[in-house]
Write a protein that binds this ligand. Sequence first.
Ligand SMILES: C[S@@+](CC[C@H](N)C(=O)[O-])C[C@H]1O[C@@H](n2cnc3c(N)ncnc32)[C@H](O)[C@@H]1O
Length: 227
Amino acid sequence: MAPPTPLDASPHLLEFLKTLHSQSLTQEATVDWYSLPDQRSDAFDDLMRDKFIALDQDKCELVYHILRSINAKTVVEAGTSFGVSTIYLALAVAENTKRNASATARGRVIATEKEPSKASEALKNWERAGVEIEGIIDLRIGDLRETLTRDLGVVDFLLLDIWAPLALPALKLVQPCLRPGAVIMADNTVKAADKYEELFAYVDAPGSLFRRVTLPYEGGLDMIIYQ
Ligand SMILES: C[S@@+](CC[C@H](N)C(=O)[O-])C[C@H]1O[C@@H](n2cnc3c(N)ncnc32)[C@H](O)[C@@H]1O
């Protein structure tokens, strides 16, 4: 018996995603993770400028299924890089909105990346991904502290796949647009727990409208529900 397909996508796209994840992992194996410059420094940006650092495939698949189950139509991604995770987000949103007749009701993924060279690679990858995600992604090139200040609509899901010190600023920008029941996912929350202290303090504060659980994925993956 054939194994179940993890997502509703064509064999071409599944194969392409596999290739992208494999390229990302090959690159990551060349990085010395124990002697990285500070995440807020130019040296860190220089080192990461040609790196995918894509969200792991199993995490991308989980995110896809969460989007399908909450029927997400508007998604924000903080940290797009070469656009690998964005393809999963766009596939889910496209599937959730495929019965909508008008193009404007099709839902969207607002993706943001500050490095123009990475954004341009993302555009090429989405072109190669093809019609299954066509017309869904709204790419905003620039610093998220500027790009996420406008026109978000009502947001169902926020992916925080960003350098950890930027996770809280991104959440605070999107928070006024979150619908009750919206889901936020943040990556690497166990491995980089010390860098997420401000985010955790904010969402775990007494009276907070957020509820947070850490999922046992590689490096930790936090799922935060907005009530
Ligand atoms: C972990 S990578 C994102 C990987 C991507 N989600 C994927 O799975 O393919 C984080 C990205 O955030 C970008 N980034 C860092 N600071 C940013 C900022 N202030 N505004 C927008 N993007 C930023 C980095 O350039 C990097 O490409």
